[in-house]
Write a protein that binds this ligand. Structure first.
Ligand code: NAD
Ligand code: ZN
Length: 368
């Protein structure tokens, strides 16, 4: 079992541990984090159906909340209210702990409920998807969607600990599993060339969900995300590099009406960013091809679907929170493993003409 420690300055006791392993999800490991606190276990119906909760005994005095339907549809304030009121009805005090077991939607809701229940209680994250193990369980972002936009309600709330058991990934749907790996590729591209080579040579092992490979993957991801979060816990600047591939990716995600998964859209966004880098002289065709090869091996899309118009994408990017005066700003890399930083900024203005050209090329010609 690997143990990492994340230092977050604003957190009581200075940080928290992330445990990584295969088959480590046992009562004793959970008990180590929870001690004698009362537990509210939050999970969803698919995670329960997959048998992931079976080995976990809920001690007396503990409560369980199973979210249904699973996924984004339930990631709203009503679900959080229901969790909180169940805790209140059970007279759970400020010394209780919420244990969230599931993907990013469960983690975001469990974290948010913990952040606001009686002005904040402890939360333990047990992520069970490729997205949540690489991304959402680390960094302390929590929140839920409004009827108008994603993550409209939310706050930063650091967990008491994170337990990553890669064995839980065995039951995850294939498309979810593969698209979630794109966030891992993103981490490698912005921070770690050796990690990128590890991905290039281990795609086949990842596809068969080989446990030792997944443990190494989780360790790389956690080290990278933790390092970025430690330096910029509330996303003032450096943390923007985690948006690599996300600016154009989000635009595609919106315009295709969420028929593509988030990771699939980020895959397209990464290819677009890589082509922009070529045009502004900090990238090469060879680098783009290496990235595309990994994405194709993971069966990810690398072209912009026809239904996304160039104007539609440009319009969304101009309104992106990083844009300044309608000029798009993008996180970019200057080498594999090295995000680009100019004038202490990690998001860079790119002329609309260049963005437009790249989108046109990705729609018409593609790279396959
Ligand atoms: N807080 C952050 O920093 C952060 C970062 C990235 C994403 N997110 C959020 O995370 C969410 C996406 O996360 P996700 O992709 O994990 O989605 P998810 O939680 O909806 O999980 C995907 C699906 O897989 C099921 N599932 C989960 N684990 C399973 C398992 N082991 N076996 C079988 N089925 C399983 C779920 O029930 C769900 O149907 C989004 O809401 C996004 O906004 C948050
Ligand atoms: Zn993402």
């Amino acid at each position: 079992m690997e143990k990492l420690h994340v230092k977050v300055p604003a957190v009581e006791a200075g940080g928290y541990d992330i445990l990584i392993g295969g088959g480590i999800l046992t009562d004793s490991v959970i008990a180590e984090f929870v001690a004698d606190r009362r537990v509210m276990l939050v999970s969803d119906e698919n995670v329960e159906r997959a048998g992931i909760l079976d080995g976990i005994k809920v001690p007396s005095g503990c409560e369980k909340f199973i979210i249904s339907p699973a996924g984004e549809l339930s990631k709203n304030i009503s679900t959080v209210t229901a969790v909180i009121e169940k805790m209140e009805a059970a007279a759970m005090g400020r010394d209780s702990v919420i244990v969230g077991i599931g993907g990013g939607t469960v983690g975001d809701m469990a974290g948010f409920a913990a952040a606001i229940y009686k002005r904040g209680i402890a939360v333990l994250h047990i992520p069970t998807t490729t997205v949540s193990q690489a991304d959402s369980s680390i960094g302390g972002k929590t929140g839920v969607d409004s009827t108008m936009s994603k993550n409209a309600y939310g706050c930063f709330w650091q967990p008491r600990g994170v337990i990553i058991d890669v064995r839980t990934l065995k039951t995850l749907d294939e498309r979810q599993y593969r698209s979630g790996l794109v966030e891992s590729l993103k981490h490698a591209l912005i921070r770690d060339a050796e990690y990128f080579e590890f991905l290039e040579t281990n795609v086949a092992n990842l596809l068969i969900r080989d446990e030792p490979t997944l443990i190494r993957l989780a360790a790389y991801n956690c080290r990278i995300k933790a390092a970025v979060v430690e330096q910029d816990p509330t996303e003032k600047n450096l943390r923007r590099i985690l948006n690599y591939g996300h600016t154009i990716g989000h635009a595609v995600e919106t315009l295709c009406d969420y028929t593509l998964y988030h990771g699939e859209c980020v895959a397209i966004g990464i290819v677009a960013a890589s082509m922009i880098e070529q045009r502004i002289g900090i990238g090469t065709r060879e680098r783009t091809n290496r990235i595309v090869d990994v994405l194709l091996a993971l069966s990810q899309p690398v072209r912009i679907p026809a239904q996304c118009s160039i104007d539609g994408i440009i319009d969304i990017i101009r309104r992106d929170k990083k844009s300044v005066g309608a000029v798009p700003r993008l996180a970019l890399i200057e080498q594999i493993g090295k995000a680009c930083c100019k004038d202490s900024q990690w998001a860079h203005p790119v002329s609309t003409d260049i963005v437009q050209e790249v989108i046109a090329e990705l729609r018409e010609v593609g790279l396959e």
